[in-house]
Design a protein around this ligand. Structure first.
Ligand SMILES: Cc1cn([C@H]2C[C@H](O)[C@@H](COP(=O)(O)OP(=O)(O)OP(=O)(O)O)O2)c(=O)[nH]c1=O
Length: 202
């Protein structure tokens, strides 16, 4: 018991270096530790978006699990990609690539896929899922793209924008899970955690 609330026996380990994922997981009000994963994020040609995000979420969770032997825990891994015309947009390598991504997304509707994996320790049970959201951006002109890139906000984000940040002024419409776009779909994650006997409302 902590503050009169029943707490799960297994610690949650967030296998991520993303500050967004940390903030979103904190919404559940459950104690957790953050352990960034060093998993390889390359995938073979021809994988579907859902295969990519699910496999990378599992890989991130497995990398942290490998360094957490002997612990009783549930490791959470997650991965987000942006998909436009069947092409995957990951995080931009530099400002030029960020501007190019934004001009491709301008005036179009794209999809954001986020995979989540929960890996139980010590048993090794794995549960996964993914979310898919459709995001419509208004036309963005070259001056706005340059000004947005200059803020630095696009640099560590899939698709070179942050819906939760200044890019909100570009986004006309979202169909799907908002938290999934930001990087951690809370509704999906909570359902997976319940399969490990963990609930934010226990
Ligand atoms: C589309 C979009 C992505 N993002 C972020 C979420 C993720 O942090 C990032 C996608 O990159 P990821 O490779 O999924 O994650 P990461 O490298 O930032 O963190 P880690 O692998 O350690 O967990 O893009 C936003 O913050 N807002 C958005 O609107």
């Amino acid at each position: 018991m902590l503050n009169g609330v029943q707490r799960p026996e297994r610690m949650l380990l967030l296998a991520s270096g993303s500050p967004r994922r940390r903030e979103l997981l904190a919404l559940l009000n459950l104690p957790f530790e953050v352990i960034p994963s060093d998993a390889d994020e390359t995938t073979p040609e021809g994988w579907s978006p859902e295969e990519i995000v699910t496999a990378l979420a599992v890989r991130k969770a497995e990398a942290v699990a490998a360094g957490s032997a002997g612990r009783e825990a549930v490791v959470i891994g997650s991965d987000t990609i942006v998909v436009l015309d069947g092409k995957v947009l990951g995080k931009p390598a530099d400002e030029t690539e960020a501007a190019a991504m934004l001009s491709r997304l301008s005036g179009r509707t794209h999809e954001v896929f986020t995979g989540v994996a929960c890996l139980g320790l010590p048993d090794g049970k794995v549960r996964t899922g993914f979310t898919r959201a459709r995001v419509s951006m208004r036309n963005i002109d070259g001056r706005e793209i340059a000004a947005y890139v200059a803020t630095g906000e696009p640099m560590d984000k899939a698709g070179a924008y942050a819906v939760q940040g200044l890019a909100a002024v570009f986004i006309e419409r979202i169909e799907g899970d908002y938290h999934g776009i930001v990087g951690l779909p809370i509704y999906l994650l909570h359902g997976l955690l319940q399969e490990f006997g963990i609930s934010a409302l226990a």
